[in-house]
Write a protein that binds this ligand. Structure first.
Ligand code: NAD
Ligand code: MG
Length: 411
């Protein structure tokens, strides 16, 4: 069997791991795995790596989503037979190419939304790591997938585990879905100190090596909050049937409890190559590079309920999942904007969750929202975060001026 793949976000953590997985699959005997032809790749601004990938994989198409980087990229791949598509539209174009049957969505953030929708509307297999579009527009994406016969296969490790565990029973036999989380870098930290955590402390995830945005999300626990909404749409389960458990060893990637009390889980060492590979070869299971699990060496697996004082984001995630519609879009967008500000050094770590809370409280929540309404909600929340910060800055500037005046007055 021959599969023709487009990787959206090939220069990222998931994208580069996926290319390694494809190398492994293409190196297996022909009867053991489908062959993967890399038809298209995309990157944003890491042009050097993208050009290296083009030289190695010889895709027919490349999308450079940051239009400012296109000229430099063109110079770097001069002489190679590759069609270059510029800007966000380029990403959408490679997602709907006729020559492509499988799209791996591995862009970070809502920037991947239009491309995911385009691939789904063309009825392709969409292996989806890019969770933000599902959080913002899960209802639209899953409805379109049914309508156009697209296969939406989860890459997020928890959702891959749930997907695998769901084959043990019928949908109406599911009692609940148990999402696990490592607890991130601050599981055992003193709650009082967490809001002042530095970028370095936040980026030091104890288990996973990932892109910067999801690493920050894992520290705030926003990642788990987003994953609650992701699960709600991917598996068509209400938020009330989803539970979160902290599991620091990160061996049980998630579980499904059935009405008879049986709990089905998927286990493995933390390694994204496994869920990526499964989404690409599904329904086949083929030999892969992931290290085989040795439970006798691990001995203990522990689970605990998340402490809401340390991780208020989880409750917010449930709230946004129940409200759905524009509330989920606002929740996601406010987080994206706040994380960007944190990584730029403009706000404290603790401000991320505060800003998201504020946007969620102030938004006009509407269920069954159209794509236009969701895009509006996304833009509103991103603007709201900027406005809050502007007001805070003028507020603290005013405060500083008043303090100086007071000092001058009182000598
Ligand atoms: P990353 O930052 O390492 O890579 C992001 C990719 O998206 C890069 O190729 C980058 O060039 C591209 N990109 C960035 N901004 C863009 C824009 N505006 N338009 C188009 N492309 C853009 O991120 P990652 O860790 O690989 O995560 C990718 C997605 O997968 C995220 O949604 C994340 O939540 C999800 N995910 C990641 C992991 C992981 O282990 N890294 C696990 C589960 C889910
Ligand atoms: Mg995950």
């Amino acid at each position: 069997m021959h599969r023709r793949i487009a990787i959206l976000g090939s220069t990222g953590s998931i994208g580069t791991t996926a290319l390694r997985v494809i190398d492994g699959l293409n190196g297996l005997p022909k009867d053991k795995s489908p062959r993967f032809e890399v038809v298209a790749l995309s990157g944003h601004s890491n042009i050097k790596l993208l050009a290296e990938q083009v030289r190695q994989y010889r895709p027919k198409y490349v999308a450079v989503s940051d239009a400012d980087c296109v000229e430099e990229f063109r110079r770097q791949v001069e002489g190679l037979d590759v069609k270059i598509l510029a800007g966000p539209e380029g990403l959408t174009k490679i997602a709907e190419l006729e020559q492509v049957d499988t799209v791996l969505a591995a862009v970070v953030g809502v920037a991947g939304l239009q491309a995911v929708l385009a691939a789904v509307r063309k009825g392709k297999r969409v292996a989806i790591a890019n969770k933000e579009p599902l959080v913002m527009a899960g209802q639209l994406i899953t409805t379109a997938a049914k309508k156009y016969g697209a296969e939406l296969l989860p890459v997020d490790s928890e959702h891959s585990a749930i997907f695998q565990s769901l084959s043990a029973g019928r949908h109406d036999e599911v009692a609940k879905i148990i999402l696990t989380t490592s607890g991130g870098p601050f599981r055992k930290a003193n709650p009082a100190g967490i809001p002042d955590a530095t970028i370095e402390q936040v980026l030091a995830h104890p288990v996973w090596r990932m892109g910067p945005k999801i690493t920050v999300d894992s520290a705030t626990m926003m990642n788990k909050a987003l994953e609650i909404i992701e699960a709600r749409w991917l598996f068509d389960v209400p938020a009330e049937k989803i539970e979160v458990l902290v599991h620091p060893e990160s061996i049980v990637h998630s579980m499904v409890e059935y009405v008879d009390g049986s709990v089905i889980a998927q286990l493995g060492y933390p390694d994204m190559s496994l869920p990526i590979q499964y989404a690409l070869t599904y329904p086949a299971r083929v030999p892969g590079s992931a290290k085989k699990l040795d439970l006798s060496r691990l001995k203990t697996l522990t689970f605990e309920k998340p402490n809401p004082e340390v991780f208020p984001a989880i409750e917010m995630g449930f709230e946004a999942a129940k409200k759905g519609g524009t509330a989920a879009a606002v929740f996601n967008a406010a987080n994206e904007a706040a994380v960007e500000q944190f990584l730029a050094g403009n706000i404290k770590f603790g401000n991320i969750v505060e800003l998201v809370r504020r946007c969620l409280d102030n938004c006009n929540a509407k269920t069954d929202a159209s794509l236009e309404e969701l895009l509006e909600a996304d833009a509103w929340a991103k603007k709201e975060v900027t406005e809050c910060l502007k007001n805070q800055r003028t507020g603290s500037k005013k405060q500083r001026t008043q303090n100086t005046q007071r000092k001058q007055l009182h000598g």
